[in-house]
Design a binder for this molecule. Structure first.
Ligand SMILES: CSC[C@H]1O[C@H](OP(=O)(O)O)[C@H](O)[C@@H]1O
Length: 364
């Protein structure tokens, strides 16, 4: 999407430097910084420390990391070593394993001399596929927004609520939950988006940065305000992203998503999940018992990053010194609370049968 009028993807390969360029999200929305990744260790750090974040973007980054590794050492040992190093960075988003498995499956049968070029081609393919998948998710999500708009007086906005950032910077482009928003806005449908701040890392500030840059009306709200807004009839639909969805439609997403789904069900608000097919983990059925939930550094909870009035980026402590904290980064929304899944092939119910029917070639 555009940043100050200039089109960007969240990452891109600079062929003149033979290196990956990423938007370093640690400094957004306060500062727009580009980082070049020059070693596989830097790729691993970029994923672990969330220079890049978001399930699809993590997968694409890992694919480029594999390409760099093969350019440096195309041996079988390096292939496995790189898989292990990058897979260990973050445990929950399935796109990471999906991209690494796809890379290794494509590269292992090749002679080492052919692996570097093949790995880079595959990384480009994965990045381009993500853009097209998300564009299509937007088209299908747009139909839902149009249906809501048709029931409203002309000019009255469709009011959406979203949690975390499933935006274009959480993917290679378009975003997943935000793609329908961009396409609805561009189609002239008035929107207002309630943007959950999404403690502790406040990814809602990234969503606000994105929506503001695109001219989409929005309000930044506390995580605890969403249920109240739904009770007051201020929310027409909830759309979130996902980091891993099981074969029966259980949705693992940023911590707090489950609570939004409960509030949505209690207030008869449709709760949709934007789901690119690489984010479906066909090997797991029950999300609550089978999906590993990342436990991140408690400091993310006890401290908050922000910017001062003079534009300096800083971190402040919000708890007494030594306060113990817990920081589970994701939760699981059982499929019974999900109204529907917006995939690149269309919208389906959050059930094993519907997903198998939508993706017979993947369900196995
Ligand atoms: C389009 S996937 C976005 C997904 O990823 C986020 O997690 P994180 O910021 O920790 O990488 C969040 O769960 C979003 O819904």
């Amino acid at each position: 999407m555009k940043v100050n009028g200039t089109p960007y993807r969240s990452l891109w390969w600079d062929s003149t430097k033979a290196a990956l360029q990423i938007i370093d999200q640690r400094w957004l929305p306060y500062d727009f910084r580009i980082q070049q990744l020059d070693t596989v260790a830097e790729y691993a750090t970029a994923i672990t420390d969330m220079h890049v974040r978001g399930a699809p973007l993590i997968g694409a980054t890992a694919a480029y990391g594999m390409a760099l590794a093969m350019a440096q050492d195309p041996s079988d040992a390096a292939l496995d070593r790189t898989w292990d190093l990058l897979h260990a960075t973050r445990p929950t988003a399935i796109n990471l394993r999906w991209a690494l498995d796809r890379s290794r499956a494509a590269l292992a049968p090749l002679p080492p001399s052919a692996r570097a070029d093949a790995a880079l081609r595959l990384a480009h393919e994965i990045a381009d596929e993500d853009v097209e998948i998300n564009r299509r998710i937007g088209e299908h999500g747009l139909t839902l927004i149009r249906e809501i708009a048709a029931r409203k007086p002309v000019g009255e906005p469709v009011r959406l609520l979203t949690h975390c950032n499933a935006g274009w910077i959480a993917t290679v482009d378009w975003g997943t939950a935000t793609s329908p928003m961009y396409q609805a806005h561009d189609a002239g449908i008035p929107l207002h988006v309630w943007v959950d701040e999404t403690r502790p890392r406040n990814q809602g500030a990234l969503t606000s940065w994105e929506l503001g840059s695109h001219g989409i009306s929005h309000s930044y709200i506390t995580d605890n305000a969403g249920g109240h807004l739904m009770q007051q009839g201020q929310v027409d639909m909830v759309i979130t992203g996902t980091d891993r969805t099981t074969r029966q439609g259980d949705v693992c997403n940023k911590i707090g998503t489950y609570l939004k789904a409960l509030a949505a069900r209690d207030n008869n608000v449709p709760f949709y999940v934007a789901l690119p097919s690489p984010t479906i983990d066909w090997t797991v059925t029950d999300g609550l018992s089978e999906i590993p939930i990342e436990a991140r550094n408690p400091r993310e909870v006890t401290h908050v990053q922000g910017t001062t009035s003079s534009g300096e980026i800083g971190v402040i402590q919000v708890t007494p010194e030594g306060t113990p904290a817990a920081n589970p980064a994701f939760d699981v929304t059982p499929n019974r609370l999900v109204t529907g899944l917006i995939t690149e092939r269309g919208i389906c119910a959050a059930t094993a049968e519907a997903l198998a029917e939508m993706f017979p070639d993947l369900a196995g």
